[in-house]
Design a protein around this ligand. Structure first.
Ligand code: DMJ
Length: 464
């Protein structure tokens, strides 16, 4: 008979080797689907840590990019999208700092915006990007801060963007010159045509002038009316002829926020046309684009006319869809999709831009600080109260701190496999990624989720 000493020793050796093995061969023991520990989370401490990350990002911007669009944190310089500055980072980030209660930073940003920002520039800007980041940012800043100068800037900007809608179909050209009103870019995509109503509509409500609402709503309807017989839209459309240029259909980048704005414009304005358009679109999406495979529940690519599957790609942009499913009341699909998105995030410890969900092989390895995976977990947390989504938020935040933090701000990654850094701090990193992370941990009174609708750049608009 073995002595009790020997048994104890064997037990210790067994436990020790299990512990060592499970750490060395992470691939064998780690289950990427469950890569969050269930335990008590100190929300106050986490909120503080996210706030400190924001301050770190803002300090980098102040040091090397003050007055410009975005920071390039590794080369310690700046980048202006159109050669002249539109103060993109401060405008995009202002509501986040307000929600975080960062009074000093808010005062600095306001001073900069009101002394430097002028839209009277002879440059062609992308109507969609400038609408969601700048117009959206100015409007939510006005609603949160109350300073009328934000609204004045918003109106000035929207008036300069309006000529974009002067196409034969009423769908906007891609580019508009802010000074001359000239337009260019007749081939565009559903996201750029259909993601304008939250901002233009809010401006109409705030100014009492319906022109903004009507132009953006018409563009949305024109696009919807061109859906295929089976209810799907393609990837590219010509705004002069109204003909599709690409028949590929999916929910990701280039189409994504068109669907988002159908749903959210109904919720924000109570617009029943938008509800009807969302209701019929989601049926087609779930019929032809949704895909349940051995690796999880996903949405892939199909031909807009036949519904035939053309590829099985999914990426960081597609991850926004869980938020829409949850907001529309389909918690079941939203939860299944989020499980897949979290798995994608954990493949390499931070999510790649795109994978093939059939093989789980990475197609595009970069991480450009995108918020969508985090955003969908945030909606699910707010709508289900399930603490596992809070645990996910901890994982997301830790990954970003570990891989993207630099001495003077945060960057994206050229590859999530090698973890090689790129050299851009996206304005949406401050507007969206850090905002959603903060809102997970902040007291709910900071922002009443049920009384606002976020635009696609996470700028909260008060529901009408
Ligand atoms: C943001 O500008 C918006 O969220 C947009 O809808 C998609 N691209 C980025 C974030 O990934």
């Amino acid at each position: 008979m073995k002595s009790s000493k020997t048994i104890l020793l064997n037990l210790i050796i067994f436990l020790a080797s299990f512990f060592v093995l499970s750490h060395i061969s992470g691939k064998v023991f780690a289950n990427p689907e469950n890569n969050y520990s269930i335990g008590k989370i100190d929300k106050k401490k986490m909120a503080m840590e996210v706030k400190e990350a924001f301050i770190h990002a803002w300090s980098g911007y102040k040091k090397y990019a003050w007055g410009h669009d975005i920071l390039k944190p590794n080369t310690k310089t700046y980048y202006d999208w159109y050669g002249v500055s539109l103060c993109m980072t401060p405008v995009d980030a202002f509501d986040t700092m307000t929600l975080m209660g960062l009074k000093k930073q808010s005062a600095e940003a306001k001073k900069l915006i009101f002394s430097k920002l002028s839209f009277n520039q002879d440059v062609y800007v992308k109507n969609f990007e400038i609408t969601i980041r700048m117009l959206g940012g100015l409007l939510s800043s006005y609603e949160l801060d109350g300073d009328k100068r934000f609204l004045t800037l918003a109106k000035d900007l929207a008036d300069r963007l309006l000529p974009a809608f002067n196409s034969k179909t009423g769908m906007p050209y891609q580019f508009v010159n802010l000074k001359t009103g000239n337009v260019k870019g007749s081939v565009t995509n559903p996201a750029e045509v259909g993601s304008l109503l939250i901002e233009f509509g809010t401006l109409s409500k705030l100014t009492g002038n319906p022109v903004y609402y009507n132009k953006a709503k018409n563009a949305l309807v024109q696009l919807y009316n061109r859906r295929s017989k089976i209810g799907l839209v393609g990837a590219e459309i010509n705004v002069e002829t109204g003909n599709w240029v690409s028949d590929e259909s999916y929910i990701g980048g280039g189409i994504d926020s068109y669907y988002e704005y159908l749903l959210k414009s109904w919720k924000l304005f109570g617009d029943l046309d938008c509800k009807r358009m969302w209701d019929s679109s989601i049926v087609a999406i779930n019929k032809y684009l949704a895909d349940s495979t051995s690796t999880g529940f996903w949405y892939g690519q199909a031909d807009m006319n036949s519904g035939k599957r053309v590829s099985t790609y999914f990426g960081s942009l597609d991850a926004f869809f869980g938020a829409e499913l949850a907001l529309s009341g389909d918690i079941h699909r939203a939860e299944m999709l989020q499980k897949s998105c979290f798995k994608m995030w954990n493949l390499y410890g931070i999510e790649p831009e795109e994978i093939n969900y059939d093989s789980m092989i990475v197609i595009s390895p970069e991480y450009v600080q995108r918020p969508e995976n985090i955003e969908s977990a945030y909606y699910l947390y707010r709508l289900t109260n399930n603490p596992k989504y809070l645990q996910m938020a901890v994982t997301y935040f830790k990954s970003i701190m570990k891989y993207c933090k630099t001495d003077d701000g945060f960057t994206g990654l050229k590859s999530v496999i090698t973890k090689e850094k790129d050299d851009e701090m996206q304005s949406f990193f401050l507007a969206e990624t850090l905002k959603y992370l903060y809102l997970f941990f902040a007291p709910p009174k900071v922002l009443d989720f049920n009384r606002i609708i976020f635009n696609t750049e996470a700028h909260p608009m008060k529901r009408f």
